[in-house]
Structures are given as structure tokens and as C-alpha cells.
Design a protein around this ligand. Structure first.
Ligand code: UDP
Length: 235
């Protein structure tokens, strides 16, 4: 049974069935799942992406905006998502703290590692916002980095599909799901499920990753109790 986990959710999870922004029922559904985990006494930290609102580089919403500026805009998008999830969790009575890598003291606490750990010990759900605070990175990287910093036992990457497949399961219905995968093979295959710098950081720090379907009820709970769902990425 895991005691301290880091959950990474792409911004598109909060988008639900819409094609942009935040869908209330989707964020409520995620909040319900997280509440269950917190009730079990599991220390839970969440890293949210921003892809439902803005991505730097040539990503969503970017009309040729300078890379670094676009990346900062993407990081701010993750803060919007963090506040939405915080609100959904608080409506369910879950105590949360948003910790941001870019200072904005009116909105959220600055990210301070020791403080984050303290919150976890007090069973507050922490939401890491603003990625790593640096352009040219991704929120997958923020997930790997924060997980290592807070000594999380595992990175749970919640997606819309059941795990890592040999090819895109949406395009190829015969695509096979890997139950287990070595970091190095994931990197060699150049799979897009998770940013390769993030996978490398997990590899160096012996941090296992489980890629799973967040929309299947109780998935996180099952993982915490040791049920083998999704794809386990490790040494
Ligand atoms: N971003 C960044 N540095 C970080 C994290 C995120 O510059 O440490 C920017 C980057 O532009 C990225 C955007 O924020 O495209 C949104 O994050 P991401 O694409 O990782 O979100 P997700 O795909 O998980 O929704």
C-alpha cells in the first residue's frame, strides 16, 4: 500500500467532454475520487497541466507567441486549473493547499518543499501549480521533480486511456497495452504518454510511474491497494 503518492493530471482531464477550458462535472468527478484517497489517510499531492487552456511552443492557443512567453502563459493556465480543482475539493470538505512555483501570494502559497511535506503530514491535499516555474519544461517534468523532492513513492499519471499501448489505441483497436515497461524502453519508443525528460528523471531517481485511466472509477484506490491496473513503468 502506498502512503505518499503524486498524481499528475493533464489539463485536458478537467476539460471533460468540452474542447476547451474547464468542465465543472469533470472537475467534480476528479475531486470525488481524490476525496476517497484522502479519507484513506493517503498523502496526496497533485500536479495539474494546463493544456486545456494554453500550451507554450506551438501548442494550444499559441499564435506564434515567443516560446518563453508562451510557456509562462501555459504555467499560468495551470494555476487556473489548480484553483478550479481546489474549489471542487473544498466543496466536498477536503482541506487543500495550492503551492505555486511562480509567486502570486494573493492566490496561493509559494512552493516551499518543507512546507509541502508538512501539509502532507497533516493530510492536506496539495496541488502544485505553475509547473516547475521555468519555461522549456512541462508539467510532467514538474510531476517527476516534485515527486522526487517530497519523496513520493510513485508517480501516478492519470490519462484518458488504460495505460501505455504499442500504438495509439484510438486509431488502432488492436493495439496492445503493456502491463509493465522499462523506463529505457519507454524512452526508446519515444511514446508521447509522458515527456521524456520526466521519464529520465524518474529513472535516475528510481521513481516508478503508473499510467492509468483516471475515468475508470476507483482506479487510484485500486492502485494504492496494489491492484495491477494500467502500465507500470520501472527499472
Ligand atoms: N510549462 C512550462 N514549464 C513548466 C510546466 C509547464 O513552461 O514547468 C508550460 C508549457 O508551455 C506547457 C504549458 O505550460 O505547454 C502547459 O503544461 P503542459 O503542456 O505540461 O500541460 P498538460 O499537457 O499536462 O495539460
Amino acid at each position: 500500500m502506498y502512503k505518499r503518492v503524486l498524481l499528475k493530471l493533464g489539463g485536458e482531464i478537467l476539460q471533460g467532454k468540452r474542447n476547451y477550458g474547464i468542465d465543472l462535472p469533470a472537475s467534480q468527478a476528479i475531486a470525488e475520487e481524490l476525496k476517497e484517497i484522502q479519507r484513506l489517510g493517503i498523502q496526496l499531492a497533485v500536479v495539474l497541466g494546463g493544456g486545456n487552456i494554453f500550451r507554450g511552443a506551438a501548442g494550444k492557443g499559441n499564435n506564434g507567441i515567443d516560446r518563453s512567453t508562451g510557456d509562462y502563459m501555459g504555467m499560468l493556465a495551470t494555476v487556473i486549473n489548480a484553483l478550479a480543482l481546489q474549489d471542487a475539493l473544498e466543496k466536498l470538505g477536503v482541506v487543500t493547499r495550492v503551492l505555486t512555483a511562480i509567486s502570486m501570494s494573493q492566490i496561493a502559497e509559494p512552493y516551499i518543499r518543507r512546507r509541502a511535506i508538512r501539509h502532507l503530514e497533516k493530510k492536506r491535499v496539495i496541488i502544485f501549480a505553475a509547473g516547475t516555474g521555468n519555461p522549456y519544461f512541462s508539467t510532467d517534468m514538474a510531476a517527476a521533480l516534485r515527486a522526487a523532492e517530497i519523496n513520493a513513492e510513485i508517480v501516478l499519471k492519470g490519462t484518458k486511456v488504460d495505460g501505455v499501448y504499442c500504438s495509439d489505441p484510438k486509431r488502432n483497436p488492436r493495439a496492445k497495452r503493456y502491463r509493465q515497461l522499462k523506463y529505457i524502453d519507454m524512452l526508446k519508443m519515444g511514446l508521447k504518454v509522458m515527456d521524456s525528460t520526466a521519464v529520465s528523471l524518474c529513472m535516475e531517481n528510481h521513481l516508478p510511474i503508473i499510467v492509468f485511466n483516471i475515468w475508470k472509477r476507483n482506479s487510484i484506490k485500486k492502485i494504492i491497494y496494489g491492484e495491477k491496473i494500467g502500465t507500470l513503468v520501472q527499472k
